[in-house]
Design a protein around this ligand. Structure first.
Ligand SMILES: NC(=O)c1ccc[n+]([C@@H]2O[C@H](COP(=O)([O-])OP(=O)(O)OC[C@H]3O[C@@H](n4cnc5c(N)ncnc54)[C@H](OP(=O)(O)O)[C@@H]3O)[C@@H](O)[C@H]2O)c1
Length: 261
């Protein structure tokens, strides 16, 4: 970071929900923003509506499922705004699946490509330069759903379990080079992704409250944080539950909506 220049955060998934709330929180703290999603015009309109300082915001249209698209956005950000101080891989999808239905195999592919390959490709352009600079934060947005496999939600749960392990590997790899990898597992946050869920969502929080807590965890360089803390307790209990109990409790749970439901 140049002396006097505000720090820069690069956020994917910035056209909606958690990504948008994080963008607002970092902007309020004086950071410059590099905002990424496929729906770039929506970000631009939202930035105008929220009176974000135009000289502190740049928008990049990219699809995280396409490696050239998202790595190109990363390189464009470095060229135009410099190397970010924090990169938040927040873009994600959550769709129910039924493995008996062949059509859902494409949903499973889309989930892994978006939530897993998309995250690695988001980080890729920044890892080398950050390690060379010996500073930076790489933030992966995981989920409490990555702790156990929930019925009807196999692709998403598997993708978020992979996110947690992937970020852990990266954290250890980057440890000696001054770059911190922060894994954040949200519980239930009120965004378009959770609206319409057909099951109880305990400790649901607003995207704004989530962003406040996530901002502090990122600033602190926490290695792993569940938000809200109550869901960390739930996650620990879920992890400890023997299969025989877990299976019985989960069997009757409502299922995540599938693509055409
Ligand atoms: N809400 C929750 O309760 C909750 C809980 C746990 C974890 N999470 C995680 O938090 C993250 C954000 O979720 P959210 O609740 O904010 O969901 P959301 O409101 O549906 O927003 C999803 C964001 O991801 C972007 N995105 C999806 N596919 C993309 C693609 N192929 N290329 C580029 N961007 C893409 C979307 O942008 P475009 O469509 O414009 O591209 C959008 O900005 C996700 O990783 C999700 O799994 C959420």
């Amino acid at each position: 970071m140049t002396q006097g220049t505000p720090p820069l955060v690069y956020i994917t998934g910035a056209s909606s929900g958690i990504g948008q709330a994080l963008a607002l929180r970092f902007h309020q703290a004086g950071w410059r923003l590099a905002l990424v999603a496929r729906r770039a015009p929506e970000i631009e309109q939202w930035a105008r509506e929220h009176a974000l300082a135009p000289d502190r915001v740049a928008v990049y249209a990219a699809d995280v499922r396409s490696v050239p698209s998202i790595t190109g956005a990363g390189r464009a950000c470095i060229a135009a705004q410099g190397l970010p101080d924090a990169v938040i891989a927040c873009a994600g999808i959550s769709v129910g699946v039924d493995t008996a239905d062949a059509a859902d195999l494409e949903v499973i592919r889309a989930t892994y490509e978006t939530n897993n390959l998309g995250m690695a490709a988001t980080f890729q352009p920044f890892v080398g330069p950050m390690c060379q600079r010996r500073s930076g934060r790489l933030v992966g947005i995981a989920s409490v759903s990555g702790i156990r496999g929930l019925p009807g939600h196999g692709a998403y749960c598997a993708s978020k379990a992979a996110t947690i392990s992937y970020c852990e590997s990266l954290r250890v790899e980057c440890r000696s080079q001054g770059v911190k990898v922060v894994t954040i597992s949200p519980g239930y946050v009120d965004t378009p992704l959770t609206r319409g869920n057909r099951y109880r969502m305990p400790f649901m929080m607003s995207a704004k409250d989530f962003a406040d807590q996530a901002f502090r965890a990122i600033e602190a360089g926490a290695s792993y944080r569940v938000i809200p803390w109550q869901m960390a307790v739930v996650a620990k209990l879920l992890r400890a539950l023997p299969n025989v109990v877990f299976d019985r409790v989960m069997a009757g749970r409502g299922r995540k909506r599938r693509q055409h439901e």
